[in-house]
Design a protein around this ligand. Structure first.
Ligand code: ADP
Ligand code: GLC
Length: 488
């Protein structure tokens, strides 16, 4: 099958979260199954044009009220099978993408012109196919930034070479929908008779994700449990009605993890690789982690790690909320070390600095580091993810693979991938709690730390059990193929 992935992020070019990992890893897995997969992403400022090949000629893209001109660059995705590489195309438009930030900057988290930036990009995806004379059977869109791809296919583009093309929209995060003033609607190039409640219209605003959910041939999200949760009023972010309406075409497919990037057997970021047969590298990773964060190099104290966006979704309120968060009492009361790397909301970054100053066993780095994220996954004993909601979550799967026991809230993909510790039998792969409250987090971390000191046999057995889990992309990629094939 010919598949075009249209996305706002893809590793190694642009990443704010797991979406970027998923787009590239799924593409590679599909290519390994023999499909012809190409990816199209914007050429953000951070992507070095010097390393790419430019396609000849400028490309004109029709948008409402005129034409935008852009350049197209290309390269092969690293890790591609040699005989069937995944080609990546970059849409280069200086005014829209020649700036710092993917969706925004710390001072302007959501660029004012985002509806136009991404409407242009979605139109450009079709023009790209015409330019390279390559027409996919499947157009696969991800989240609100490319939700207009299925919309444009349905409203106007499904003709000529696209006559038999079908569309899929994957929801990675229902919390971000791309809701903008309807004065931006004209730029999409659609007419006002296409602006109605079972589509774009959302309380007199324009909702890009909602339009995509009504337009795509099939919808899915990134875990079976989250697919169910999103159909409820509590977790549907006001779109549960749409998802119930479309439930016959809506499913959950668990993300995999890219073992070429995330495996303790080959990881270049850790001092020594390790596996279930020989765990000595894990002890070295713990030592390196403690050193990196300036903590005493004690092998006997449990290390709790986190790698996260500092956003409400990740439960940082209950953990770090000034005056009520549980991190302070966890570090004060328990014999453990707590390390974190993250970026995000300013209040939370400030609180992390403040806690680091007041607690000797709490060390946080504010920033983004691939290197440290691998070291934390490998070197920590426990990995904390108290998410408010979690469509899939990749970090807990990475943790399991590195013998680091996840402590997670029982929600979304976390519930699909972690099984709760049973004291009686020693079964399970992690520690779970239901309520997003400071005391539930406190008690569950305490439970894990207690097991670390008093049930070491259980802890070691759980580590190995987690490492043996199969989260390969191959399994999930086959489910995507089945979904593509199911569309008439
Ligand atoms: P989400 O996409 O909601 O942020 P996921 O668990 O699916 O959550 O994916 C998060 C991805 O982003 C992981 O690959 C994780 O390692 C990475 N990540 C998040 N924050 C940082 C950071 N500060 N430094 C390095 N990697 C990070
Ligand atoms: C989103 C979700 C996360 C998921 C990722 C990749 O960012 O928040 O749970 O793992 O997308 O699908």
């Amino acid at each position: 099958m010919k598949i075009l992935m249209t996305a706002s992020e893809a590793v190694p070019y642009a990443k704010t979260g797991g979406l970027a990992d998923m787009v590239s890893a799924l593409s590679l897995a599909l290519a390994k199954l023999g499909h012809e997969v190409r990816i199209v992403v914007p050429r953000y400022y951070g992507v070095d044009r010097g390393k790419l090949t430019q396609l000849a000629g400028a490309m004109g893209v029709h948008v409402g009220g005129g034409e935008e001109w852009c350049a197209v660059y290309t390269t092969d995705l690293p890790g591609s099978p040699t005989k069937n590489p995944v080609t990546v195309y970059f849409i280069d438009h200086e005014q829209f993408f020649g700036r710092d930030g993917i969706y925004g900057t710390p001072s302007e988290p959501d660029f004012l012109d985002n509806p136009r930036r991404f409407a242009f990009f979605c139109r450009a995806c079709f023009q790209l196919c015409r330019k390279i004379a390559w027409f996919p059977e499947v157009l696969h869109a991800h989240d609100w930034p490319t939700a207009l791809v299925p919309v444009f296919l349905k409203f106007g583009e499904r003709q000529a070479e696209f006559a038999n093309t079908v569309s899929v929209l994957t929801i990675h995060n229902l919390g971000y929908q791309g809701i903008y003033g309807k004065d931006n609607f004209g730029y999409t190039g659609l007419g006002w008779n296409d602006f109605y409640a079972a589509g774009f219209e959302d309380w007199n605003m324009m909702n890009l994700l909602k339009a995509g959910l009504y337009s795509a041939d099939k919808l899915n999200t990134v875990s079976p449990n989250y697919a169910e949760e999103t159909k409820t009023h509590a977790q549907g972010f006001r779109l549960d009605g749409v998802l119930r309406y479309r439930s016959a075409d809506y499913s959950g497919i668990l993300n995999g993890i890219d073992a070429a990037l995330w495996s303790p057997k080959t990881d270049p970021y850790i001092p020594q690789t390790f596996s279930v047969q020989d765990m000595s590298g894990k002890a070295l990773a713990k030592e390196a982690l403690q050193k990196e964060f300036g903590l005493p190099g004690n092998p006997n104290v449990p290390v709790l790690g986190m790698v996260t966006r500092l956003a409400g979704q990740k439960g940082v309120g209950a953990l770090f909320g000034p005056a009520y968060g549980s991190a302070w009492s966890i570090c004060r009361d328990m014999d453990l070390q707590f390390v974190l790397i993250g970026t995000g909301e300013a209040w939370c970054e400030n609180e992390l600095h403040s806690l680091s100053g007041r607690l000797s066993n709490f060390k946080a780095k504010v920033g983004y580091s691939e290197n440290l994220s691998h070291l934390i996954e490998a070197g920590a004993d426990f990995f904390l993810m108290p998410s408010q909601y979690e469509p899939c979550g990749l970090n807990q799967m990475y943790s399991l693979g590195y013998g680091t026991l996840p402590i997670v809230r029982n929600t979304g993909g976390l519930a699909d991938t972690v099984s709760n510790y049973e004291e009686k039998t020693g079964n399970g792969t992690g520690f779970m709690f239901n309520d997003l409250t400071p005391s539930a987090i406190y008690n569950t971390v305490g439970w894990a730390v207690n097991a670390y000191y008093n049930r070491r046999d259980h802890i070691e057995a759980m580590r190995l059990r987690g490492m043996k889990q199969d989260f390969s992309w191959e399994k999930s990629a086959k489910k995507y193929v089945a979904m593509y094939e199911s569309i008439q």
